[in-house]
Write a protein of this length. Sequence first.
Length: 74
Amino acid sequence: MFEAIDINLARGIVLILLIIAFLAIWAWAWSKKRKPEFDAASMLPLEEDDGKVPTGDARDSGKNDSNTPAGPKE
């Protein structure tokens, strides 16, 4: 039975299976129902230790007191 399977035929079958697997993973990753989960995962590097993501005005919300100079402390 396996005498009819040439190495090139086996390589072709493996190639086709890998292309199908690639397309399936690509479709899964780009599906619209996965977008909220991937958006949440994309914010993980920005999270603080308490689990909150700082907003754009986080610099002015107590991180730097306006009464203290911005330079190095001596």
